[in-house]
Design a protein around this ligand. Structure first.
Ligand code: PHB
Length: 400
């Protein structure tokens, strides 16, 4: 087995790994990106898709392949629905441009990946699919190594100057960063999950509806003019195949009182568990974590991909300092700097989740307090503005 060499070995060809390889390449830093999934699998798995204002700007500037502004849809607001004291339903719009001057783009993550993979390959990026990384060694030296099995079934070894774990929540790089003594991270589980469907139907509303109903939460999202994505709060142990289409529509209609949903054939269903997680360590020696390898947020705030990009913008600066100017200053600042946005996003995702879902343990006081919280947000310009700022995204860091 021969040892290959690169400057940065990036494990994971999700948004974090691909955007990082682009930013590094722009600065003249060579990298190899490896992913255990096949290209077809990465491009064909339908994923969530709210892109913050700043993330959209960055993605639109990567190569000639970005379709975010042409195939994506700009969303200038969301609706929050909740029960009114008289038994009806209140609907309140959060006007993003009016409150922040910014919008978000509905553009699913797998479309982002199709664009990014095309852009990176056109740029000559060494991008290896169906390639499994088994372990990372030597992160305390200045030549860490990764070992794994290539698409051809042959073992490989890559020596790099830095290793990045952009390989999602089951990261194989994470143990090399956290070490056995601080393994794991800050963690919270939730007593509910989302039952998600994809269906063939026209949109039921012009903007996303986040509905806190007496029967539980529902989110009416979209994918295109003909395909819609919807979710409803369910038990984490729910079996996605246990409900008929008619039962699913019945639940969704009940949870969006006052809105007539356009029904259509359901062609995908899944149960998404809710977790909040932040790794105890984000960097150790010559290895660092970004994106879901570093943290997980529940999907209510739509922060996952956007937060990953925030990490990568900082790590790119730190790696340029290290690899082009020989200074470890940026690298030493990375964890503390990245954790500011990470914990703001953790709070926002937790807050949206706790404000919108029925807690199984809640008594009447808890329920009425929660509705008071929603009212405090929608009836206050400061409340609406906080939500809009967080949802459309705080500005990305310009320096480390
Ligand atoms: C989605 O469309 O999948 C989606 C949208 C907004 C969220 C979560 C998921 O908050």
């Amino acid at each position: 087995m021969t040892t290959e060499h690169t400057r940065v070995a990036i494990v994971g060809a999700g948004p974090a790994g691909l955007v990082l390889s682009h930013l590094l390449a722009q600065a003249g830093v060579e990298s190899i990106v490896l992913d255990q999934r096949s290209r077809e699998d990465i491009e064909g798995t339908i994923r969530a898709g709210i892109v913050e204002h700043g993330a959209a700007e960055l993605l639109a500037g990567i190569g000639d392949t970005s379709r975010i502004y042409t195939a994506g849809h700009r969303h200038d607001g969301i609706e929050l629905h909740f029960p009114a004291p008289d038994g009806g339903t209140e609907a309140h719009r959060i006007d993003f441009p009016g409150l922040t001057g910014r919008s978000v783009w509905l553009y699913p993550q797998h479309e982002v990946l199709i664009d990014l993979i095309a852009a990176r390959l056109a740029d000559g990026q060494d991008l290896r699919f169906s390639t499994t990384v088994d372990r990372v060694e030597g992160v305390e030296s200045d030549r860490p190594r990764i070992f794994g099995t290539g698409a051809d079934g042959q073992p490989f070894e890559i020596e790099a100057e830095f290793v990045v774990g952009a390989d999602g929540s089951h990261s194989v790089v994470r143990p090399a960063v956290t070490g056995p003594s601080r393994a794991g991270g800050y963690f919270r589980e939730y007593p509910f999950a989302w039952f998600g469907i994809l269906c063939e139907a026209p949109p039921s509303a012009p903007e996303l509806i986040y509905s806190n109903s007496a029967d539980g939460f529902a989110l009416i999202s979209q994918r295109s003019d003909t395909v819609q994505r919807m979710y409803f709060q369910c038990d984490p142990e729910a079996d996605a195949d246990a409900l008929s289409d008619a039962q699913i529509w019945d639940i969704l209609q009940k949870r969006t009182p006052g809105t007539e949903l356009n029904e259509g054939p359901i062609f995908q269903r899944d149960v998404l568990r809710f977790r909040s997680f932040v790794s105890h360590e984000l960097r150790h020696g010559r290895a660092a974590l970004v994106g879901d390898a570093a943290h997980t947020v529940p999907p209510t705030g739509a922060k996952g991909m956007n937060l990953a990009i925030g990490d990568v913008i900082l790590l790119d600066q730190a790696l340029q300092e290290l690899l082009l100017r020989g200074s470890e200053r940026g690298l030493d600042a990375y964890a503390a700097e990245a954790s500011k946005r990470i914990w703001k996003s953790q709070h926002f995702s937790w807050w949206m989740t706790s404000m919108l879902h029925l807690q199984p343990e809640a008594n009447e006081f808890d329920r009425l307090r929660q509705l008071g919280e929603l009212r405090s947000v929608v009836e206050s310009e400061a409340g609406r503005k906080y939500l809009a700022e967080a949802y459309t995204g705080w500005p990305y860091a310009t320096s480390l």
